[in-house]
Every structure is written in C-alpha cells, then in structure tokens.
Design a protein around this ligand. Sequence first.
Ligand code: SF4
Length: 215
Amino acid sequence: MTLLNEKDAKALTQILCKYYKDAKYYLCYKTPIDLLAAAILSAQTKDDVVNALTPELFKKYKTAKDYANADEKELLKYVKRVSFADKKTKNIIEANKIIERDYKGKLPNSMKELLKLPGIGRKTANTILINAYGIVEGIPVDTWVIKLSYRLGLSTNKNPDKIEQDLMKVVDRNCWHNFAYVIKSHGKALCNTIPICSKCPIEKLCPKNNVTKRL
Ligand code: SF4
C-alpha cells in the first residue's frame, strides 16, 4: 500500500473537509443518554436500522434511571433488529447503572470516564464528546474511516486507535469533529465499491486513483 507523505496527506484531507464541510453525524438523538444508547446500538449495524428503532426506544426510556431499572427482556424487544442485540442491551443497562450510581444520572463528559463504561471504546467516546458536549479530543474511527484511511494512503495501520493517531497528525484540528462524517459522505458519494475517480475532488492526490484493484 502507498502511504502519502505528510504534505500530501494534509492537502488531501483539507480538500475533503472543505468539499464535505456540511457533513453531519448520522444518528438521531435528543439527549446525551439517548446518544449513548444509539451509539452503542450502532456498532456494526446500519444507521438506518438504528434510526428506525430509536424513536420508540426513546419514548419508553428517557433517563439513565429508566435504562438502569429496565427489564432486560423488555428492552431487548425494542432493539432486537440490531446486530449483537443481547450484548448491547446488557451494555446499555450496565452503563446506565454506573451513570446513575456514580454520576447522578448525568453522562460523564471526559474520555477517561466514558472509557470505563461497558460497550464504550474510543470511537463511541469521541462521538459522544463531540456530539453531546462539543468537546473534541480526537477523531471517531468507524468502519468507513478504517477502510478509506487505508485506501487514501493516510494510514497503514489496522488498529482503530493507531489509525486515529495517524489521522490526528494530518487532519486540521478544526475538522476533527466531523472528519468521520466527511469520510463517510465521500465513501457513499464517490468512493464506494466502484469508485467514481473521474468526479473525485482528490483524484490528483489519491494513490488509488483509477487503480483497478482497491482495498
Ligand atoms: S480518486 Fe478514486 S479511489 Fe481515490 S478517493 Fe477518489 S474516488 Fe476514491
């Protein structure tokens, strides 16, 4: 694979951030507790599937206390369409028990505290900090970011935390908050299974421009 030099990687990510400047987070939520549940449910599940079930879920469970006291089987009925629904249901209940017990029902707003909650890794913690609290400590690395970081020559790593470190060196700090959504927009619009390189704003810099076999 080709790793871009730092200057080109910075130029490429700048173009993308400008081109997709309106890219936004894709899951629906109103409160930090809603967001926590939606973000846990979204792992390896399509956003549309999560967004389709959360209106009913959020009507029934509004607070950390509601989730902490939830009957596991009943909560599962609301989320059964997501992958690993059993495990995610347990994580949502356990996380909210901790929030209720240790944080008086308020979702904590630091990376260190969020990472202690079950079902929360750096991707979800970054997502919550950015979208619930406007705190930008890093870049959420989801499956689109993993795939396109490799394809665009921004990282040779496979580990999401290492990819995040690579990206933080070349992405402008003021684009960290929506870089994952920029990448997703680009992937969906132009750089999916069959990339449309002729219409791509970064075709001059991309190492996979018009390469038949892309990873
Ligand atoms: S040039 Fe082609 S492969 Fe490269 S980012 Fe653009 S669409 Fe994707």
